[in-house]
Structure formats: C-alpha cells, structure tokens
Design a binder for this molecule. Structure first.
Ligand SMILES: Cc1ncc(COP(=O)(O)O)c(C=O)c1O
Ligand SMILES: N[C@@H](CCOP(=O)(O)O)C(=O)O
Length: 544
C-alpha cells in the first residue's frame, strides 16, 4: 500500500528548496520517515506538478483501493520518463552545485582547474586529475537533507533518479541535463548478508556483508562509472556543444570493455575496445562483440593495451574511458554511499575491495569521505585493498612501508580482471589507504579459488576477484585484525557467471598444484534406478 501510494506521488517532485512543515522538517524527510517508520499507517502529503494532493490510508484499509481514484497519475500516457524529467527540471532552481577537474590532491585554492566539458585526462605536470565538487554549495543543505533526498529516490522509475548512481546526481555530475544521461538503471545493488559464511567459517561473524556490485547490467561494478562517463560524452557530442568525438575507447581486462560497449550501444555512440589476447574470459569477450563495439584483440597484456589506448586517444578523436579518466570514479563512488544508505547511514568498520588498476579503492574512499564532509555520517570505515599475489604491485609497495613502488609484469591469475602490473591509479590508492588507516592484503591462486568456492557453498556465486577479497578477510580474521563483531563489507566486483570457466576447472580438479578442497564434481550415473539408488545411499551415509 505504501509502495503504491509512493509510486503515484513520488517525492522527487520537490525542488531541493522544498516545502518545510511547521516543525521545520522538509517534505522529503517527512515522507521518508513515514514510509520507513510507519509503513502500515501512512499519511503522505505531496506536491505533484505543483498540485497539492492528499493521499491517505490507514491500517484499517490495507488495500488502499478506496484511495486509488484520489491519486493522480504521474505523467500523461504519451509522455516518456525523459520528457517528464525535462518538465520537472525546468521548475527546479539551480543551487550553484557544480564540479570541475583539478590536479589530484591539489590544494583548495589551486588555480589549475578544468571544466568537465574539456577533454583532459592529465594535469599540467602529467599527474592524475580529480573531480572536485563545490562543497560550499552542497553544504548549504544539512546532512539530514541529503540522506532524506537520496532515500526518497531509491528504486523508482523516475528519470534519472531510479538509477543508484543518478539518485545521487548532485554529488556526481550536478550540472548535466537529465536528457543527456545514458543510464541503464544501474546501482541499487544487493547487500548480501553472508550469514552462513560468517557464522560457520569466520568464527561467528554476525555482521558480515557482501556488496554485490557485480549483480548489475553488464555483470560488474564498471556500470556505475560508465553511466557517468558515457553520459558526459553524450553531452559533449550533442547540441549546443557538438564536440567532434568520434567514439569512446578503452583498454580492458574484460569488464570495462563490457560496460563501455553496452552504454555506448544504448546511446548510439561507437565504442572501441583493446583486449589482451587470451587473457579474458569467453563471457567477457562476447559482451562487446554482441554490443557491436570494434574489438581489437592485441598480443600483449592489459598494461600493454593501456599504453596503446593512451597513445591512440592522444592522436584520434576517441574519448578515453578507463579510470585514468576521473569521471568514472564519480559514478563508482556511489557504491560507497549506497552501503551507508543500506545501513541507515551507519558507518561499517571495514570495507574490503579487490584492486587492479586501483581506481575503485579510491572511488570508495571518495564516496565515504564526501558523506563525512557533508555530515551525512561522522566517520569513514577502514579500507582494505586485496590483490592477487600474481599481480601485487600495491601489496609490495605497502609492505615496503610505502618506500618503493615498482611496476611489474603481472603473472597469470584466475582473477584475470586484476592481472595488472602498472596500475594507473597507484597515487589515488595510496592516498585512500593512508587516509583510512587502510591495509593491503594478497591472496595466492589457491587461497582465492578456495575462498571463492567456499563462499559459493554458502549460497553465493562469487567471481575470483571476490575470492581475493574473501581470502584477505580470512587472513585478517586469523590475525585478529578484523574482530568477530566488526561490521565488515566485502565488495564483490563481478558476477560469477562471467568466470564459469575457472569454476569448471576448479570443480574438475584440473588445476596443476591445487588441491581444490571444495571441488564438487558431478557424479556420472547409469540411467537405471539401482545405480541412482546406490549413489544416493552412499551419499546419505556420508552425510549421516
Ligand atoms: C571484476 C573486477 N574486480 C576488481 C577490479 C579492480 O578494480 P580497479 O581496477 O579499480 O582496482 C576490476 C578491474 O580492474 C575488475 O574488473
Ligand atoms: N578490470 C578492468 C581493468 C581496467 O580498469 P579501469 O577501471 O581503469 O577501466 C577492466 O575490466 O578492464
């Protein structure tokens, strides 16, 4: 009933300077409080399209049927959700929310700033860039306002706020016109309570969670960043800017290319992807092919592809989509904000993120830190970056006491999407880890495959990268760094179905020098009742 009423009277019809009641609470806060605290007995007062309508229902009328006729539909049948958004946004005042590029870690008063409409990936000195928001404009609204506003937008069909990324638009790309946004309603991903894994395999951890960023449109967290980047490209290519951007390109270990290809296909923008031959899974390879991207399979590793795409995008009108481009991280940081939101704005103790090119660990830091700075929460969690031992330049740097960073040639790993030896965001990752009293851990091939397979046995279908993060968790629990009652989030970065080849190898016990202790191969049985009964009796005895 509450959901039905809310669907017809969405609170997003408020501009940010929305109505304030006699107690000084804004309307978004009132409706959110009503929906979340008292769903069975709901009183909603809303302004829809400037018309005040009253929708009321009580616990004695659980169907809400009597009230249907009082509700007005959100938009006329001939209007689509983009058009609806344009109409709504015309009425919204600008609040001076804005963002620009600055050199990474630049002082507050830096004179080196670039418009987000510039095509620029590096600072004047050749360093990384960062997107900096006008925090004083955002600070004109209290943390409670932002919490209520974001809560009010979760999981709707309103353009573009139904997306978990764009529901935080003011914190992401405040100035983009909703009409330029390319969204596949990404985000709002499941936070899985890992009850059995925590209870039975980690010494009774009651507050262990897995943030399933891989249960997403293209099966990885890359969708969160790509919606932002492709939307900005769409804006640049459209009137009035009309920039001559012919296409968007990336180097990839499989997930960035899948996301780029899907978002570009949705927008009708050409995508060009550079993939290291024989180093990505079949499922990942087929994604950009299916979406119509230009796929170059190149005889090198990811780092080699990355060098090539940087050279190519400097020469041709192809926009760079890797996380060197800081726009991507603005979308990825919303996963951190979502975690806070999913815990009713309580801050977890630990967040464990698998790291490769190292943009995502910084994106998580940025999301948490922005919420702290704008007083949505009062602290940030400790971050752990987990690497495969076969591709561990950050881990070695951390172990050297941040004294000596050496890029490496990454060896083959089942966690193939993080087989990266020269991460572009190394400085961002170090910054995030230092700022959060963070830790770097590593996992061998056996550790990551066992951790993934054990998690699967408790109801997940994890990817090997999530296995790396889980293996790090096991080690930190054993060492007593993470305590039993610590609220801990493991970030799952891709869908396990993309990596079924590695699971097949594990369960077939085909992997050299690996015991595969959780292997569960299928039992081949003759097609007769006796044979089936024999197998099952033996199995049941074993269970007994
Ligand atoms: C599945 C998966 N997990 C983790 C990562 C690591 O993310 P990042 O490169 O931002 O460190 C990547 C990509 O690199 C990935 O595709
Ligand atoms: N795992 C990534 C590697 C590239 O990372 P990016 O975040 O810099 O694009 C991939 O899937 O390609």
């Amino acid at each position: 009933m509450a959901a039905a009423a809310a669907a017809f009277c969405p609170s997003f019809f408020f501009s940010l300077s929305s109505i304030t009641d006699s107690e000084g609470k804004n309307d978004n806060e009132i409706s959110t409080l009503n929906r979340f605290r008292n769903p069975g007995s709901l009183l909603l007062l809303r302004h829809c399209r400037g018309t005040r309508i009253s929708c009321s229902s009580t616990a004695s009328d659980p169907t809400g049927v009597h009230h249907h006729q009082q509700l007005k539909s959100r938009r006329p049948p001939e209007e689509n959700i983009r058009e609806e958004a344009c109409r709504r946004d015309e009425a919204n005042a600008s609040h001076g929310f804005s963002a620009c590029y600055v050199p990474f870690d630049a002082p507050a008063d830096t004179a080196e700033t670039y418009s987000l409409d510039d095509v620029v990936y590096r600072s004047r000195s050749g360093g990384l860039l960062d997107v900096r928001h006008n925090l004083s404009a955002l600070k004109r609204f209290p943390g409670s306002h932002w919490r209520a506003l974001f809560d009010s937008r979760v999981g709707r069909t309103t353009w573009p706020y139904g997306s978990g990324v764009w529901s935080k638009k003011e914190f992401v790309l405040p100035e983009i016109d909703p009409d330029h946004i390319v969204s596949l309603f990404e985000g709002n991903s499941n936070l899985f309570w890992a009850e059995r894994l925590g209870r039975d395999h980690l010494g009774g951890m009651p507050d262990l969670w897995v943030k399933h960023c891989g249960i997403s449109h293209t099966g990885s967290f890359k969708d969160l960043g790509m919606t932002v980047l492709v939307s900005q490209v769409n804006r640049l290519r459209s009137a009035p800017l009309n920039r001559p951007i012919a296409g968007v390109g990336c180097a990839s270990t499989g997930d960035t290319s899948a996301a780029l290809s899907a978002y570009c296909a949705a927008a009708g923008i050409p995508a060009i992807v550079f993939l290291p031959t024989d180093r990505i899974s079949l499922a990942q390879l087929v994604q950009p092919i299916a979406n119509g991207a230009t796929v170059l399979s190149i005889d090198t590793d990811f780092d080699g592809c990355m060098r090539l795409i940087r050279e190519v995008t400097a020469e041709l009108p192809i926009y760079l989509a890797n996380s060197l481009n800081s726009l991507r991280l603005e979308g990825q940081k919303t996963a951190a904000i979502e975690i806070l939101q999913q815990f009713d704005w309580e801050v977890p103790d630990w967040v464990i993120v698998p790291g490769g090119n190292l943009g995502n660990i910084y994106a998580f830091y940025k999301g948490f830190e922005m919420c702290r700075e704008l007083e949505l929460v009062d602290r940030v969690p400790r971050l752990v970056c987990a690497q495969a031992a076969n591709a561990n330049p950050l881990y070695l740097y951390y172990k050297s006491g941040w004294a000596d960073f050496k890029p490496m040639v990454a060896a083959d790993t089942f966690a193939s999407a993080i087989q990266i030896g020269d991460p572009v965001s190394i400085d961002r990752a170090v910054f995030a880890l230092k700022a959060t009293d963070g830790i770097v851990e590593e996992a061998t091939e056996e550790e990551l495959m066992d951790a993934m397979s054990l998690a699967d046995r408790t109801g997940m279908f994890a990817c090997p990268h999530t296995g790396v993060a889980l293996a790090a968790l096991f080690k930190l629990r054993e060492r007593g760094v993470i305590n039993t009652n610590d609220r801990t989030i493991v970030v799952s970065t891709a869908h396990g179905l993309k990596f079924s080849q590695s699971k097949v190898a594990y369960h077939s016990k085909e992997i050299a020098n690996m015991t595969c202790q959780y292997a569960n191969p299928p039992v081949h049985v003759k097609a007769n009742f006796g044979a089936v009964m024999d197998v099952l009796k033996k199995k049941l005895e074993g269970m007994g």
